[in-house]
Ligand binder design. Structure first.
Ligand code: FMN
Length: 400
């Protein structure tokens, strides 16, 4: 039976455990480049025991960013920064993963820590602002929620083809930078998710209408990347599989789309929400592990490996979903931000025989052989869990 610390092999890549640092946009780039900030921040998570480390959604074109402070891989000049990050993640024993995406109608924003709307939603900048631009979308329908009301441009078929070439070019750069795992971002209201959602996509051509037509943009992006991405390296995608809205993406449609993607060479499905509207019915944001049930259905019904995030940061819960073979990989977002050593901490909480086996051999040797006064080196005794203690603290969700 696998557990949270069991190795995992997909294609030609083996992860040292099942714990993944989920992609998180950091708003810390100049000209879309990665620099010392990313080497340090992502290297720390690799050093902390995460097996697979994602940076953030990397834009395939400049207008595919969330803000002008976000990172990308649309130019050859950006490859060097990525290669430095990849080298550090590898040196710390983890596998480096990249998420490629385009923000579509959720771009042209201000970083949330620099100002949000009165209702605490992200602030969109007008197209004529120095840090703004006209967003693109399947149809000329702005996102609407959270002040995203500026007109958007409906992509022509030629522009769609050009974007698919940008996906492929970005994948070639990712390969050259040394990444071994590539995920396409088709969730969270960004371009892929909006093509799949009837709330955003009201096209009447081959890209709109039926499930197959709404999945076409996603499948063509997958095909374009599959053609250039090394066969032995996993190619995965994160799907916004449910808009939690009667007129939005329905989970049953997502099952059909993932089946098609599997036939087109998808290696693993990472399940998340659609976020194509703020008007969600009963959003489950405070529920522990709320994506696991849907992810498990994909695994069981389609026979494809799956990953899920959302409120899986309680070690017992993360371990359980792997032991019960509900999902294959646990993705951690906010827990990875909060604690770069989450895997080591979890190992200790779960009475792993050797939590320090998760870090580099040199540190491990000292920490296992030279403990001294354990509490003084930041290794206090494990606090017993009180009977009936709540499993998960209630948090407010990000919608990135
Ligand atoms: C600051 C921040 C930035 C995020 N950026 C991205 C992103 O670039 N791509 C993505 O797919 N998800 C993004 N997410 C979502 C996370 O990857 C993750 O799915 C979500 O936070 C739920 O996992 P958690 O409950 O462990 O935090 C972001 C989340 C946070 C907190």
């Amino acid at each position: 039976m696998p557990d949270l610390f069991s190795p995992y092999t997909l294609k030609g890549v083996t992860l040292r455990n099942r714990i993944v640092m989920s992609p998180m946009t950091m708003y810390n780039s100049v000209d879309g480049k990665l620099d010392d900030y990313h080497v340090s921040y992502l290297g720390a998570r690799a050093a902390g025991g995460f097996a697979l480390v994602f940076g953030e959604q990397m834009a395939i074109t400049p207008d595919g960013r969330t803000t002008t402070s976000c990172a990308g891989i649309w130019s050859d000049e950006q490859v060097e920064g990525h290669a430095r990050v990849v080298a550090m993640i590898r040196r710390m024993g983890a596998v480096a993963a990249i998420q490629l995406g385009h923000t579509g109608r959720k771009g042209s924003e201000l970083p949330p820590h620099r100002g949000v709307n009165a209702d605490r939603t992200k602030k969109q900048l007008p197209p004529d602002h120095p840090d703004g631009w006209t967003c693109v979308a399947p149809s000329a329908i702005p996102y609407g929620g959270g002040g995203h009301t500026y007109p958007v441009h409906a992509l022509t078929v030629d522009e769609i083809r050009s974007l698919h070439r940008s996906y492929a070019d970005a994948a070639v750069r990712a390969r050259d930078a040394g990444y071994q795992w590539l995920e396409l971002h088709f969730a969270h209201g960004y371009l892929g998710a909006s093509f799949f959602s009837p709330l955003a996509n009201q096209r009447t051509d081959q890209y709109g209408g039926s499930v197959a037509n709404r999945a076409r943009f996603l499948l063509e992006a997958l095909d374009a990347v599959r053609a250039v991405w090394p066969e032995h390296c996993p190619l995965t995608m994160r799907l916004g599989c449910d808009d939690l809205h009667p007129q939005g993406t329905q989970f049953e449609d997502s099952l059909l789309a993932i089946r098609m993607m599997k036939e087109h060479g998808l290696d693993l499905a990472d399940l998340s929400l659609g976020f194509n509207t703020d008007q969600m019915v009963n959003p489950p944001m405070n529920q522990p592990g709320f994506m696991v049930e849907r992810a498990h259905r994909v695994r069981r019904e389609l026979g494809i490996p799956v990953a899920a995030s959302w409120n899986l940061g309680v070690p017992r819960e993360a371990d359980r979903v792997i032991r019960e073979e509900l999902i294959d990989l646990v993705m951690l977002g906010r827990p990875a931000l909060a604690n770069p050593h989450w895997p080591i901490w979890a190992a200790r909480e779960l009475n792993h025989p050797s939590p320090f086996s998760l870090v580099q051999d040199d540190w491990r040797w000292w920490l296992e052989n030279f403990r001294g006064h354990a509490p003084s080196i930041g290794w206090p005794p494990v606090a017993p869990v009180a009977p009936g203690a709540p499993e998960v603290a209630v948090t407010t969700p990000p919608a990135s």
